[in-house]
Design a protein around this ligand. Structure first.
Ligand SMILES: CC(=O)N[C@H](C=O)[C@@H](O)[C@H](O)[C@H](O)CO
Ligand SMILES: CC(=O)C(=O)O
Length: 319
């Protein structure tokens, strides 16, 4: 079951209408935009997508849309579907649905609210999900700051190795690079063909330095070219250049956080950024609140100050 993700996976946003409904039609333009930015993998219904704010029916429709679009010649991409949530029955329904529609992989959060008591409980949970789609690779979605589930991922890997045949890795959305490094060491020592995908975009250079090969995140939708250049620079040993690209990502994330809220973090601001790039992504869904017009204007001014639109268009590269 080879599925080596040595690339950037765009964690997709969910297009919404002003009335709060999902704007399924707008996924078309967004998918095309990502194709043009050379994004070849997408992560659907995760945090960036407000997956836990969507109904199960909406999640299915969104998953179907991404899979269908990814089958259009010239617009091919791999589609990973996040199936986790609060309700195990729905998680299973979404897992079976992902398999039935031809998704490339699934990913699950830890169960929310009634959270596992031990790493063994977590392994058991992932196994129950994985068993419902035995032909699909499964990526456990580790995002302790959101789920409160903080079990050590090195232990998780060691305990699940012989138990979950289709586990293929972890989406590692934690800034604990010591833990990440221990995971990489144990995978290496055991010859595991797993992907450890880093989830903190503003630190991805550090993750690559210790051996991560791929990453999943929200900002890969916004500035994929910057990250592709970062990776290329690292590959060629041009560390200063690589840092320069990481600084751009840090600047963008920092500005988005300036307009962030406790509920949604930087997400409502990032939806504005994508809209300004010409993708009709709309507002976030409550309990996240959209930025009002005046605040959007301030955000655009801050983006101009950091030169975002110049490096986005590639203008700055010619200087
Ligand atoms: C909570 C959240 O959305 N995390 C994302 C993925 O895990 C990241 O891609 C961040 O949005 C990004 O690193 C900016 O902080
Ligand atoms: C990686 C991330 O942002 C997501 O889960 O959507």
């Amino acid at each position: 079951m080879p599925f080596c993700v040595e690339d950037f996976v765009a964690a997709t946003f969910t297009p919404m209408k002003e009335n709060g409904n999902v704007n399924l039609e707008a996924i078309d333009g967004y998918q095309k935009f990502l194709t043009e930015q050379e994004i070849k993998l997408v992560y659907v219904n995760g945090s960036t997508a407000e997956g836990t704010s969507l109904t199960t029916e909406e999640r299915k429709q969104i998953a179907e849309k991404w899979v269908t679009l990814s089958q259009i010649p010239g617009r091919e991409m791999k589609v990973l579907i996040q199936v986790g949530g609060t309700n195990f029955k729905e998680t299973i329904e979404l897992t079976e649905h992902a398999a039935a529609i031809g998704a490339d992989a699934i990913s699950t959060l830890a169960p929310l609210y009634f959270t596992p008591n031990s790493v063994d409980d977590l392994v058991e949970y992932c196994k129950r999900v994985a068993d419902k789609a035995p032909n699909l690779p499964l990526y456990y979605y580790h995002i302790p700051d959101r789920t409160g589930v903080r079990f050590d991922m090195e232990q998780f890997l060691n305990k699940s190795r012989n138990v979950i045949p289709n586990l293929r890795g972890i989406k590692f959305s934690s800034k604990d690079l010591y833990e990440g490094c221990r995971c990489l060491r144990t995978l290496d020592a055991n010859g595991d063909n797993y992907d450890l995908l880093f989830g903190c975009d503003e630190q991805v250079i550090s993750a690559f330095a210790i051996g991560f090969k791929g990453a999943i995140g929200s900002t890969y939708s916004l500035i994929p070219r910057v990250y592709h250049k970062l990776k290329q620079a690292l590959k060629e040993g041009r560390l200063d250049d690589a840092r320069r690209y990481q600084y751009k990502s840090v600047d963008l994330v920092k500005v988005c956080f300036e307009f962030g809220s406790v509920t949604g973090g930087l997400l409502p601001a990032m939806k504005v950024v994508l809209t300004k790039l010409g993708v009709d992504i709309g507002p976030p869904r409550y309990p996240m609140v959209p930025l009002d017009d005046a605040t959007q204007k301030q955000l655009v001014e801050r983006l101009q100050e950091i030169g975002f639109f110049d490096w986005w268009s590639g203008k700055e590269e010619q200087q």
